[in-house]
Design a protein around this ligand. Structure first.
Ligand SMILES: NC(=O)C1=CN([C@@H]2O[C@H](COP(=O)(O)OP(=O)(O)OC[C@H]3O[C@@H](n4cnc5c(N)ncnc54)[C@H](OP(=O)(O)O)[C@@H]3O)[C@@H](O)[C@H]2O)C=CC1
Ligand SMILES: CC(=O)[C@@H](O)[C@H](O)COP(=O)(O)O
Ligand SMILES: [Mn+2]
Length: 406
């Protein structure tokens, strides 16, 4: 294990930090804005982005005094432009507009667009040497080695926002990297943690969207229910902390109070605890290496139990698939992520059942291997080409998988 996150050298701070929020209208975006609103004199908002939520984005841009607002969907441009009329805030639309938002000169960029769509804008922020608060994990699963290499070459600072990785980042500072024995990511286990396999197979969309502890966007909430989220997080930890797969363990911890731990050579285990509120890790990244107010405090006296159990890869096959693609390497993680995005969208659209999510991912991995799609991406364009091919393979396989009784 070597020393990452990248360049943990505090950025030069002026009295005001300029920030850009990629995915401003989402769950992470809202939590970040809540923190910014509490100390308006400390932050200046450069740019904000969304996918299609133009009216909400315009309202945020006006309220925060942003200079630039962009939506991914060109069809939403007119709505954004009209909602920003007279504000002096520039409006833009399309994939390149998201990259333009990330390229604008903000000190700190929150990367909170869902999915591999985040890759190009997040990389654009990293490549100009910004401090990147990385909430999005799919960009590392899609192209982690390339992303980390290019961010390092540009002198970017990548701060992990994902609660487990933020906890590991904080815990790592208790020792030297050479003395780290293992990294432990905790998992809530999701809404189906204690369900028998037969019941999980019948799980509905409404049941899958009921996360026991965290309030999050729909895609990550479904990933938590299938435990694909933890699989993606193993791959995320591999890239962020340069950790070998066997150095990363997962423990199911239904209370979501201990977010991550690091075990050192001497037997010491250092953990970060906090309420299940993303404002805690976001505040850590926003002020790093200083500290600001984040969320409500933990009340230890009201905490009756903290429990830990091994994850079950039979009831949650997505975890096994993520471990397998990490061993396979090359383009396999890219395919896993792309197929999972297609599968989750299909489940949300009620086109497939819950167990078909992992089944579609597995079938797409097999088809990709058979067609030689799993080659190592040597450039971001290669990773995006693998992502593209995997998505069309998954779409082609979808009717056959949906018809299967699992
Ligand atoms: N929520 C959480 O607590 C946590 C989230 N994360 C990660 O952070 C990221 C964001 O999650 P979350 O905030 O929950 O997601 P949400 O669905 O709540 O928000 C996603 C944001 O990204 C925008 N967006 C979605 N798709 C695209 C696209 N294709 N192109 C451009 N913009 C897009 C949305 O815009 P619009 O509103 O227009 O749809 C919205 O602003 C994910 O990668 C997730 O895994 C990690 C740890 C915890
Ligand atoms: C808040 C956060 O970091 C999520 O990734 C969370 O961990 C999801 O919960 P699960 O542990 O159920 O996947
Ligand atoms: Mn997480």
């Amino acid at each position: 294990m070597s020393a990452v996150p990248l360049n943990p050298t505090p950025p030069a701070r002026t009295s005001e930090l300029s920030v850009t929020l990629l995915g401003a209208t989402g769950s992470i975006g809202s939590s970040t804005i809540d923190l910014i609103r509490r100390s308006r004199d400390r932050y200046r908002v450069e740019a904000v982005t969304a996918a299609r939520n133009a009216t909400a984005l315009a309202a945020l841009a006006r309220d925060l005094g942003a200079r630039f607002a962009a939506v991914a969907d060109p069809a939403c441009y007119d709505e954004l432009k009209a909602a920003l009329a007279g504000s002096g805030i520039a409006a833009a639309a399309g994939e390149e507009a998201l990259v333009e938002a990330a390229e604008r000169p903000a000190d700190w960029v929150m990367a909170a667009i869902t999915g591999a769509a985040s890759l190009r804008p997040t990389l654009a922020a990293a490549e100009r040497g910004a401090v990147v608060a990385l909430a999005n994990k799919e960009c590392l699963v899609c192209a982690g080695s390339l992303f980390m290499r290019r961010a390092a070459a540009a002198g970017a600072t990548v701060l992990p926002v994902d609660s487990e990785h933020n906890a590991v980042f904080q815990s790592l500072s208790a020792g030297t990297r050479a003395d780290v024995k293992r990294i432990i990511l905790t998992a809530s286990g999701g809404p189906f943690r204690s369900w028998p396999l037969e019941a999980i197979r019948q799980a509905t969309l409404e049941q899958a969207l009921k996360h026991p502890n965290w309030s999050m966007g729909p895609k990550i909430t479904i990933d938590s229910a299938s435990m694909m989220n933890k699989g993606l997080e193993i791959i995320e930890a591999h890239h962020l902390f340069d950790a070998a797969p066997e150095e990363i363990d997962v423990l199911v911890h239904p209370q979501s109070i201990v977010h991550g731990m690091v075990e050192f050579r001497d037997g010491s285990v250092v953990a970060q605890l906090g309420p299940p509120d993303m404002r805690v890790p976001i505040a850590h990244c926003l002020a790093w290496p200083a500290r600001i107010a984040g969320a409500n405090r933990l009340t230890f006296a009201q905490m009756t139990t903290l429990t830990f159990e091994e994850p079950d890869e039979v009831r949650f096959p997505a975890l096994r698939l993520a471990r397998e693609v990490l061993r396979t390497g090359q383009g396999a993680p890219t395919v896993l992520n792309a197929a999972n995005e297609i599968a989750v969208a299909a489940f949300i659209d009620r086109r497939i059942g819950f167990p078909h999510i992992a089944a579609l991912v597995e079938a797409t991995l097999e088809a990709s291997a058979a067609r030689g799609v799993l080659r190592e991406p040597e450039a971001i364009a290669d990773a995006l080409a693998v992502d593209h091919t995997a998505r069309s393979l998954a779409r082609d396989l979808l009717p056959e998988i949906a018809a299967k009784a699992i």
